[in-house]
Design a protein around this ligand. Structure first.
Ligand code: TRP
Length: 450
């Protein structure tokens, strides 16, 4: 089985790690993580988050990757291959497909905003503006219709262009180029932020835990953020897992992905909070933090324009490597199950996403009066994936690995047929069988009741 698939998949373990890390690191790390930390009181939340990433995130991630690598198939084909007698599992694949499309629809809206901010900052339109004017610009832009749709469309085209080039020549090649640029930009942003007068307060906010700030809701938020940031529960890791070579070590690969993802999330906290505090702005301003608050920060620092452009380029790169991983889920399905060509699959699926995504983009402006269960269309897509689909996906994947797939098969996959020792196996298996399902069930119920 191994040798027939040599061209299917990533060419090396490094390629696999970079591509999957690129999928994990995204708006979730640089846009969502800082504002969630800001709203949940800082340091203590970060510790909780890190505990969730490594105690739950990594085992669940490994489970999802096992499903992909063992089957070497897309999200639907994987369950058909691994559970041939129990067709019900295929619905898991269908859920993954739908979830990837829904996430991509609203994710591409925020990704498009980032392109707009590259243009605004590089053309000097943010310079010398008062905070109220900057907030007004954000509102005018997001409440509009042409430009948000335009930038969303551009983003979808960029992603589709790379996907059409293929797994090795597209996904792997571009993530190998983009990820180092992202790291360098991020480090430069951190240095700038840490050398501002008054940076200290931001660092204290991030690293001095105050456990009295932890509420039941912040526990939910921390786990939800961990799942989102690691791209868990939506089939993206099944898809990329199917591209991982048989000789690669799934445990160390998962640790790398989770470690790099967490490292970048914390670095983005270090890049953002010292600056926010140094200029006396609020850390708890929610989803508009990087778009509305940071431009003021850039405005008041020497060389701000360069850092502003650098930051929004960084955000675009992070978003792009994630949209690549989101689009690849339905594309691989269409290629393997419907026998479409990659180009046709990428273009038609992107078009479908643009149609759904347009409603999400317009829900900030012309369609903001359209609410379903009290949420705008964008809010609904976000809520549906974060509160229902992601925890359900993660729960069912762990049940599949912990209770359905024979234990010997799981061990075989983690030990590469006995070549690796996999000494952690008993701990892993215990978590996947008992702890993770209970924790995820808890989250799911709490999320639904909240
Ligand atoms: N993890 C990405 C981020 O942090 C978002 C993402 C990409 C994602 N692919 C995914 C989330 C698949 C869930 C499932 O921005």
């Amino acid at each position: 089985m191994e040798s027939t698939n040599n061209n299917r998949g990533f060419s090396s373990n490094l390629g696999a790690i970079l591509a999957a890390t690129g999928g994990a690191i995204g708006l979730g790390n640089i846009w969502r993580f800082p504002y969630t930390v800001g709203e949940n009181g800082g340091g203590a939340f970060i510790l909780l988050y890190i505990a969730f990433v490594f105690l739950l995130g990594v085992p669940v991630m490994m489970s999802e990757i096992i499903i992909g690598r063992r089957s070497q198939k897309n999200v639907i084909g994987a369950f058909r291959t691994l559970a041939p007698q129990h067709k019900g599992w295929i619905s898991m694949g269908v859920l993954s497909l739908v979830a990837a499309l829904v996430i991509y629809s609203f994710y591409s809206v925020v990704a498009g905003w980032t392109l707009n901010y590259i243009v605004l900052s590089s053309s000097g339109q943010l310079i010398g503006k008062m905070p109220a004017e900057i907030s007004q610009m954000f509102a005018d832009f997001t409440h509009g219709s042409f430009w948000p749709l335009f930038y969303q469309f551009v983003f979808l085209c960029l992603t589709a262009g790379i996907i059409i080039l293929g797994v090795q020549k597209g996904i792997e090649k571009y993530t190998k180029i983009l990820m180092p640029i992202l790291l360098v930009l991020m480090i430069l942003m951190c240095i700038r932020s840490l050398t501002l007068d008054g940076a200290r307060q931001g660092i204290d906010f991030l690293f001095k835990p105050d456990f009295s700030k932890i509420t039941g809701n912040s526990i939910l938020e921390a786990l939800g953020q961990a799942l989102f940031s690691l791209s868990i529960g939506m089939g993206a890791l099944i898809t990329y897992g199917s591209y991982i070579q048989k000789q690669d070590n799934l445990f160390t690969t998962s640790l790398w992905i989770a470690g790099a993802d967490t490292f970048i999330a914390i670095l983005s906290g270090v890049a953002i909070f010292p600056a926010v505090f140094a200029f006396g702005l609020s850390p708890a301003s929610g989803p508009s933090l990087v778009y509305e608050v940071l431009p003021n920060v850039f405005n008041s620092m020497p060389g701000g324009t360069i850092f502003a452009v650098g930051f929004f380029v960084l955000l675009t790169i992070a978003a792009l490597t994630s949209t690549i991983s989101l689009l690849e889920v339905p594309v691989l399905w269409a290629v393997e199950e419907l026998h479409w060509g990659r180009r046709k699959a990428a273009l038609l699926i992107s078009l479908a996403v643009f149609i759904i995504g347009a409603f999400c983009a317009l829900s900030f402006g012309p369609l903001n009066h359209v609410t379903i269960f009290g949420l705008t269309i964008f809010g609904l897509c976000d809520h549906l994936t974060a509160i229902y689909m992601m925890p359900i996906g993660a729960l069912l994947f762990t049940l599949f690995i912990g209770w359905y797939l024979p234990k010997a098969d799981v061990y075989d996959e983690l030990s590469n047929s006995g070549q690796l020792k996999a000494r952690y196996f008993r701990v892993y298996y215990f978590i996947v069988r008992y702890i993770a399902p209970l924790a995820l069930l808890n989250i799911l119920i709490a999320g639904i009741l909240s």
